[in-house]
Design a binder for this molecule. Structure first.
Ligand code: ADE
Length: 227
């Protein structure tokens, strides 16, 4: 099953590069996922200026994305396929985390609408959006980077997206434990030594050491994950 992610944005150029490099590029090249960018301005009824925003009712500062182009863009896409979720990126959504990434990675079709300026006309959120997601308690200038973060976290979980399938399962957070430290050659770098146990060749002891390290690091750095 090939996954499909559609992203509606006023800044497609901000998303082009992150979506076409590294794992995200390879997953698309391998046919595991299709990611399509849609410029909201293409759906503007204002053919001359391609305007998609207007002043907010009530006189506050900033601009608000209008209902019409968003409604039209979502309608066109929803006429072509059924979306598992129509996601809006917003600092006031539920906070994105590994369980949400796991859940979304099982979807067939995802539609992500990137917020911008002061936000979007709230009626879109009331009537068309099925899920609102924030990537953390800070405010970005738009939802594009949030969409890129989510796409990255979701796509790398698709079987075959990363070389060694084990490695997605052993990520930090997958079992509520931070990952253990990793090292590579040389085993002695100017006197900085790799822990002896990793050079011992005792598979079972090494796994046990890694688990102890994971537990110790989680207790020290993220005790909230253990409770
Ligand atoms: N748009 C602006 N800030 C955001 C955030 N923290 N998460 C998701 N979308 C946003």
């Amino acid at each position: 099953m090939r996954m499909r992610i559609d992203i509606i944005t006023v800044l497609p150029e901000l998303l082009e590069n992150p979506l076409h490099a590294s794992i995200l590029k390879r997953a698309q090249d391998k046919g595991l996922v299709e990611i399509h960018l849609h410029d909201l301005r293409d759906y503007s009824s204002d053919k001359r200026h391609r305007r998609v925003d207007d002043y907010p009712f009530g006189g506050q500062a900033g601009m608000v994305l209008q209902c019409e182009p968003i409604d039209r863009a979502i309608a066109v896409l929803c006429a072509e396929r059924t979306y598992d979720e129509v996601i809006y990126t917003s600092p006031d959504g539920e906070t994105f985390n590994q369980p949400i990434a796991n859940q979304l990675s099982l979807c067939k079709n995802l539609l992500i609408l990137c917020g911008h300026y002061k936000g979007i006309d709230y009626r879109i959120r009331e009537h068309l959006i099925t899920r609102e997601i924030s990537i953390g308690d800070y405010v970005l200038t738009g939802g594009e980077l949030a969409a890129a973060v989510m796409a990255d976290a979701i796509v790398r979980l698709i079987p075959g997206a990363i070389g060694d399938e084990q490695s997605a399962l052993s990520d930090s957070f997958q079992d509520n434990l931070l990952a253990p430290p990793v090292y590579t050659r040389p085993s002695d770098y100017n006197g900085w030594q790799v822990p002896e146990i990793l050079l011992s060749g005792h598979e079972a002891n090494i796994r046990d050491w890694e688990l102890q390290q994971s537990i110790e690091r989680t207790k020290r750095l993220r005790p909230d994950l253990l409770s």
